[in-house]
Design a protein around this ligand. Sequence first.
Ligand code: 3HC
Length: 283
Amino acid sequence: MEIKKVGVLGCGLMGAGIAQISAQSNYPVVVSEINEELLNKGLKIIDKTLAKSVEKGKLAEQDKAAIQSRLKGTTNVEDFADCDLIVEAVVENMDLKKKIFADLDRICPSHAVLATNTSCLSVTEIAMATKRPDQVIGMHFFNPVPVMKLLEVVTTIVSSEETLKTVKAFGESLGKTVIVAKDTPAFIVNRVLTPLMLEAIRVLEAGLATREDIDNGMVLGCNHPMGPLTLADFVGLDTMYYITEAMYAESKDPKFAAPLLLKRMVTAGQLGRKTGKGFYDYT
Ligand code: 3HC
């Protein structure tokens, strides 16, 4: 199936990125948030990223305007009624996602593919909230979406070959390299990455090294672009915590158990860059 119009549900960091690259790849895009304030905040993220590209001479001012003209912000999910693909990018809450997918199933055309950007929850469980589980699939993007070259597509035992083919082609049209994962806890990338980040937090928690030495160790010793604690702040400690909780709940594997320090920081609202404080201070 050819995707002609894209819907993105949620305009936080990930949703804004997905909406931006879709519009940048010439798709008309409808992007939604639950209220005007959050919608404007999300659209501002896009405006800022595009403005930076203009500043750097990587994007012409008229191209920025053309990209933004393809983006329609809304607070009404009924506006997804003529989209061929809808990518949901809200917080990692299964009950919320199930409700959203049941609504999308009612609103969207029968041919439409419904995708979730979940990084850890079961795509099968989300799919079963609809009457079209064969057309539900995971599309896991990476932060910052406009920069990261990967799209991890997550198939389930009920998703169809046609759905996989459609989202693979769509992902490639966004300039992403597509990898295909099965619906198991945290798929491929987070399954490998999360234990590393959790171990870095445990090393800090145990007082074995400073945050700087842990990060420098991985940046300078392994050529990672960011140290694991800086990356945790970048991803958001709440997001990290939800991911680990979901992985642990499904797998019962202690390597996915969240260190107490992570839990306490989330409780204290120290969520990383977005709140100005995490493992580092950004104020
Ligand atoms: N949004 C859009 N573009 C951004 C950006 C953002 N938030 N941050 C940086 N960029 C762009 C810059 O504008 C720049 O673009 P240019 O090459 O066209 O000039 C380019 O990225 C490089 O940025 P900088 O020169 O400012 O800085 P760096 O070279 O340090 O790169 C980085 C920044 C790309 C974020 C790099 O540090 C990096 O790759 N970090 C690791 C990111 C990562 O691992 N992401 C995955 C997280 S896990 C995940 O998302 C899964 C989820 O389930 C949790």
